[in-house]
Every structure is written in structure tokens, then in C-alpha cells.
Write a protein that binds this ligand. Structure first.
Ligand code: GAP
Length: 461
């Protein structure tokens, strides 16, 4: 949303301005995300995260972990291996069924998902939809497995084949018995895990939306079968509320239930939490009712009973409710939601209106004049040293103050504390609010408490 304000800071016009190109450009310009292996020409749909990208991802991950584990009594954490015994992927159905239908075009030599030809573009100029003209020479669809293969050990011999995990969930199912026994849990209870997953996507793209390597946050919630539907509804609502708490606009979020043809091989019912990305409404997070599919498959294949035995001797295989999302898709949604351009007193600024909880830097400390002799650097450094012990803050004395504010606006820093000549006279600093641009003065010694308090306050746009 672009907002235009008059000299009294009153909003006079607003229009939608966010595009994927602008998000990509800002992410690169400000060091959130870089194309991976760039000096070698890149590698399709893999990205490297720079300083602010790492900080924002850390904030997303830690909010997720707090809400899933720290703030609950019924969910425990796990960190399982990326490379598992390949029998895991046979039993889970991924070797057989984790495929997309693929077609090749013999003319433009590109590959497309057979079920997404309508949304695809071929490599020729002007670009066409595959199959649109008689020149398009498409092969028959064939199934393409999305798992990356690797080999374990020094020799790539038969029997050494393994896979990079395409989801973290299977590491949780195969540890069900360990957790049940050692964490002394009984259904309903959950196991939460965050880690990298890998998929050899046929048509990756749209920046962070569809990657070949991404960081998933998944939680498998084990429940008595009769309670599964009720818990499914519970988790859809809980996850939606979590996104509202991160500051995403309610109008940009919706829940969409999968039709029977859309569901994954393990799913009894799935609802997607969708976000209105610049590419249109698309899946942000999936919340699935996986039934007892996975625990039964692993029980059968491994011979280890993955079931719950009640103290009264009755036993059952729990059903599983699974909220699953990648940090990358959340980061993309946050960037899109926060992106804003506005004209203030005839000057344009780009600003990321992040919720303070996800903002990579919570506050900037800026001496108005950076020359030591002006006397502002010392109190500014002192304030910075004090605040950095508690929060992620940034000290910046390079360039004129307007440019420094713009830089902080573009990385979404909610507040800036400026040390100026009045500070030297009366010991107060200016605090500038990123969103309203309002400025007020605070005593230097009260800044720490003010910032603690501001970070706890409810936030809205
Ligand atoms: N364990 C269930 C599972 O993996 P999924 O719908 O295939 O289900 C869950 O993936 C979530 O992981 C998606 O909602 C999305 O947030 C994220 N995700 C999946 N594929 C992705 C990709 N190629 N790039 C980025 N994120 C992806």
C-alpha cells in the first residue's frame, strides 16, 4: 500500500504498490536475501540469507517455537537427522508417491508441470503457454519424484542410496515411541521440529515462495482418533491467530479446504492458510489431518509398534494433526505485508512496517553529528552498549541523518534514538517512530525502560 501524506502528515491517497520485483529488489538492496552461488551464475531457486534476513528468520522461528513449545505443556521439541534410513521414505509412501507429473517440450527444451501448464511460460519470445501453438512439441506426462537422491558412505554402490528429506515430519513419526516413553506424554500431545527440507521442484520460482531448499516448521499432534476432527479445527484457528499476532493483515489471510483430488496421499483432510501474495492467493501453511497413516505404515514396515497403550491396557494408533509451514514463505508474506511507499513532504520513502516482534533491528542509535569533537558519539555509544545487552539494536553514524533514517525505514526498524546538541544540554534524546514519523524527547536514562515497554505494547498499523 502506498500512502501519500500532506505536510501535516495526514493521509491523502493510498494505492497498492507492492510487486514481487520490488520485494526482490529491496531484499537484495538491504541485505535480506541474495541469489545463491551468484558469482557462478546462480542456482535455480536457492537463496542465501544476509544479515537482516537471518535476524528476521530467527525472530519468526523463535515466535513459532515459543507458541508451540514454551507456552504450552503438551508439545515437546525434536531435532531429527536430515538423512534417514531410505526405508523410512519407502514406508511413508514418498518413494512411490511424492511425484509431480512432468512434460518436456522438445522445441523450447524446458520442463513443465503437466498440471500447471496454464500458469507456465515457455522460453521462447514472445513467451507462450506450453502447448498453446502447434510448434510446442510436448512429451507425454511422466511422474517425476521430487526427492533429492544422495549416497551414504565412500562408495556410491547399490544399497548406498539415500534421500535428503522432503519434509521434517517423518523424523517425528519414527521417534514417536522414544518421545512417548521418555517425555512421559499421552495423547493429546505434540512433537515440534524445525529444519531444512529439500525438494527438486520442477517449476520453482516466485522468489522465496517455491524453493529447492527451505526451512520447515512442523508440528505433529497425536490425538485419540475420535477427537481428530475437533483438533483439526482447533489448529487451523490457532495457526490463523498466530499469523494475526505477527501483524499480517487479516484481509490478506484466508483458510481454504482442499478438495478430495488435491489432498496428499496421507491426508484425510487438509486446509491451507493462504496469503494474498503478489502472485495471488497461495498456500502459506497447510494444516492436515494425516489420520493414522504414518504411524501404521512405519509399524508395518519396521515391526516396531507405534501406538499408545493406556494404563488400563487399551491400545490404539493415534491420529495426527499437522500444521506445516516454511519460514521462507512466512518471511515472504511478512515482506509483502510490510512493504510500503509514501511521499512525505514531497520526498518519497520506502518503509517496511514490520511488527516489532519480527523486525530484524528493534531500534537504531544515531548521533546527529559523527565527529568526536561534537560530543555526541560518546553518549550515543554508551546508550548503544547499554541497549545491545537486551535487544538487537544498531549504531549508525555514517552519512547524513535523513539517509540514515531512510536506511532504517527500509529494514523496518520501529524506532530511532537520535543524540543531538539538546542531549548535551539537558540529557534527553529524540525517539522517532517509523510508522507515524512522530518524534518525542526522552531522558537518556529512561530509554532502556521506554524500549522494553514499547516492545511489549500491542501493535497495529
Ligand atoms: N509435512 C507436510 C508437508 O510437507 P506440504 O504442504 O508439502 O506438507 C508444508 O508443505 C509447507 O512447507 C507448505 O505449506 C509451505 O509453507 C512449505 N513448503 C513446501 N514446499 C515448499 C517449497 N518448495 N518452498 C518453500 N516452502 C515450501
Amino acid at each position: 500500500m502506498a500512502v501519500k501524506r500532506d505536510p501535516d502528515n495526514v493521509e491523502v491517497m493510498s494505492t497498492d504498490v507492492v510487486t514481487m520485483d520490488k520485494i526482490v529488489s529491496l531484499s537484495r538492496r538491504r541485505g535480506f536475501v541474495f541469489p545463491s552461488s551468484e558469482i557462478y551464475g546462480g542456482l535455480g531457486s536457492t537463496y542465501d540469507y544476509g544479515h537482516y534476513g537471518v535476524l528476521t528468520k530467527n525472530n519468526i522461528r523463535s515466535r513459532w517455537f515459543d507458541s508451540m513449545v514454551q507456552e504450552r505443556d503438551d508439545i515437546v521439541a525434536l531435532d531429527s537427522a536430515v538423512i534417514l534410513n531410505p526405508l523410512v521414505w519407502q514406508a511413508s509412501g514418498h518413494v512411490e508417491g511424492f511425484t509431480d507429473p512432468l512434460v518436456d517440450c522438445r522445441t523450447c527444451k524446458l520442463r513443465f508441470r503437466a498440471d500447471r501448464l496454464e500458469d507456465s511460460h515457455c522460453g521462447r519470445k514472445p513467451s507462450k503457454k506450453p502447448g498453446e501453438t502447434p510448434d510446442c512439441d510436448l512429451t507425454e506426462p511422466r511422474q517425476f519424484n521430487l526427492m533429492f537422491e544422495t549416497s551414504v558412505g565412500a562408495l556410491a554402490a547399490e544399497g548406498s542410496k539415500a534421500y535428503l528429506r522432503p519434509e521434517t515430519a517423518q523424523g517425528i513419526f519414527i521417534n514417536f515411541k522414544n518421545v512417548l516413553q521418555l517425555a512421559r506424554r499421552r495423547p493429546p500431545f505434540g512433537i515440534a521440529q524445525v529444519g531444512e527440507s529439500f525438494r527438486n521442484e520442477i517449476t520453482p520460482g516466485n522468489f522465496l515462495f517455491r524453493l529447492r531448499e527451505f526451512e520447515q516448521m512442523e508440528m505433529e499432534f497425536f490425538v485419540p482418533p475420535d477427537d481428530a476432527e475437533q483438533w483439526h479445527t482447533y489448529w487451523i484457528e490457532a495457526r490463523l491467530a498466530w499469523y494475526h499476532g505477527l501483524g499480517l493483515r487479516e484481509t490478506n489471510l484466508r483458510v481454504r479446504e482442499h478438495g478430495p483430488d488435491e489432498r496428499s496421499h496421507y491426508s484425510l483432510a487438509t486446509s491451507d492458510i493462504e496469503y494474498l501474495y503478489p502472485i495471488g492467493w497461495s498456500e502459506l501453511e497447510g494444516v492436515a489431518n494425516r489420520g493414522d497413516y504414518d504411524l501404521r505404515q512405519h509399524t508395518e514396515a519396521s515391526g516396531t509398534k507405534l501406538e499408545y497403550v493406556d494404563p488400563d491396557g487399551s491400545r490404539y494408533t493415534p491420529f495426527v494433526i499437522e500444521p506445516a509451514v516454511s519460514i521462507d514463505r512466512i518471511l515472504l508474506a511478512l515482506l509483502v505485508d510490510a512493504y510500503d511507499e509514501e511521499v512525505v513532504e514531497e520526498r518519497e520513502r520506502t518503509v517496511l512496517r514490520f511488527h516489532p516482534v519480527v523486525a530484524p533491528v528493534k531500534a537504531a542509535i544515531l548521533p546527529l553529528i559523527s565527529k568526536e569533537q561534537a560530543g555526541m558519539v560518546e553518549p550515543a555509544r554508551k546508550l548503544y552498549e547499554e541497549l545491545r545487552r537486551h535487544h538487537l539494536v544498531e549504531y549508525d553514524d555514517a552519512g547524513n541523518i535523513g539517509r540514515r533514517y531512510r536506511r532504517q525505514d527500509e529494514i523496518g526498524t520501529p524506532w530511532a534514538f537520535t543524540i543531538d546538541d539538546v542531549t548535551l544540554e539537558d540529557g534527553t534524546v529524540t525517539v522517532r517512530d517509523r510508522d507515524s514519523l512522530a518524534q518525542e524527547r526522552l531522558p537518556l536514562e529512561g530509554v532502556r525502560a521506554w524500549l522494553d515497554d514499547a516492545l511489549e505494547r500491542p501493535w497495529s498499523r
